[in-house]
Design a protein. Structure first.
Length: 343
């Protein structure tokens, strides 16, 4: 019995028990995972930029934080306000182009009544249509929920960034409480994961910027109109892991069809496939490997496995989770990765 008690009092065992407790707690709170992760990401970036602005301009920290949020939100609103009218104007052309396409093709014009009649009397098609409608309503609900989560995360991160000093003082009180050892472990593990996650988020922003530049060059080569609008759409949607590519395909293909017909749609699809393949098979694993000091092969396998386990979020938190566990197990020091490889 004494041996078991001594074993449980070991610092490393105590750390692993704390980690197990946090994993169970996070699993129980998985319904709030999106809000928590977004809040951590936004707060990390906002604090870093606010501190940089505070040092460079000597503005008080709280004023720097307000400036950062006002500028970022203003840029996003301005970009969307600039892009939306052009996008709507381009989309208005599509119904006329569809009408001309049907009129100019005798086969389509001749058989369209037949196809409509078959569709009306096809129970299978009606059933599939109902299923598609229900799925569309559900997905629209998910988009609304996601938008709400983003707004909530922005608000919470703003409050945290603005009151960071007070929050740090409040957090230190736990380190001197009756359960100080437990909270020291929580602080150690939490700080380590946030630092690793911050590196990955910075890398994702770099990847998104490179993708946007390459896509913009591709748009210019193809001859797409409103290149700046398309660049804004690609950058904003590119911040969404995996799903961002699929979401960006919707406005890109519609605008391509409105400006150049099916040929330009095919060109856009080929361009997206090439850029996405370059990101997935070279850019993403290479930059992630440099930030975490994981081998490119291990990084690539991690992205595949975590995406299948955690969905779209797996591409963001997958590598931080692996790097975090490697650090906790003593395999690799995430704060000094190059020091590990030099040994």
């Amino acid at each position: 019995m004494d041996r078991i008690i001594r074993f449980l009092k070991r610092d490393d065992v105590d750390m692993y028990l704390t980690l197990a407790f946090l994993i169970v707690l996070i699993y129980l709170m998985r319904g709030f995972a999106t809000v928590i992760l977004l809040t951590v990401i936004f707060a990390f970036l906002a604090v870093k930029v606010s501190r940089w602005l505070n040092v460079k301009t000597h503005l008080p920290y709280w004023i720097a934080a307000i400036v950062v949020y006002v500028v970022v939100i203003g840029v996003l609103i301005g970009a969307l306000s600039y892009a939306a009218p052009t996008l709507i104007t381009q989309l208005k052309v599509i119904p006329d182009m569809l009408t001309k396409a049907v009129t100019n093709h005798p086969v389509w014009n001749k058989n369209i009544d037949k196809w409509v009649d078959q569709a009306i009397h096809s129970s299978e098609l009606i059933q599939n249509g109902k299923t598609l409608l229900v799925t569309g309503i559900k997905e629209a609900g998910h988009i609304g929920t996601g938008f709400t989560h983003v707004l909530m995360a922005i608000f919470l991160s703003f409050i945290f960034t603005l009151t960071r000093g007070r929050m740090m003082s409040f957090g230190r009180q736990f380190l001197t409480s009756r359960f100080s050892k437990f909270f020291h472990n929580v602080y150690y593990l939490g700080r380590k994961f946030v630092l690793i996650l911050g590196k990955i988020i910075e890398t994702q922003l770099i990847i998104c910027t490179i993708n946007t530049i390459l896509m913009t060059i591709g748009f210019a080569i193809i001859g797409m109109p409103s290149i700046m609008v398309l660049a804004i759409i690609v950058f904003i949607l590119g911040l969404v892991p995996v799903a961002g590519v699929l979401l960006s395909m919707i406005p890109l293909t519609l605008l391509a069809f409105a400006s150049g017909g099916l040929v330009r749609v095919a060109e856009i699809i080929v361009l997206v496939i090439i850029i996405h393949a370059f990101e997935s098979y070279f850019l993403h694993p290479r930059l992630m490997a440099d930030r975490t000091d994981l081998p490119v092969f291990a990084t690539f396998i991690t992205l595949i496995i975590m995406e299948s386990l955690l969905g779209a979020w797996g591409l963001i938190v997958g590598i931080p989770i692996v790097a975090f566990f490697l650090d906790v197990l003593g395999v690799q020091d995430s704060e000094h990765p190059k020091r590990m490889t030099s040994k």
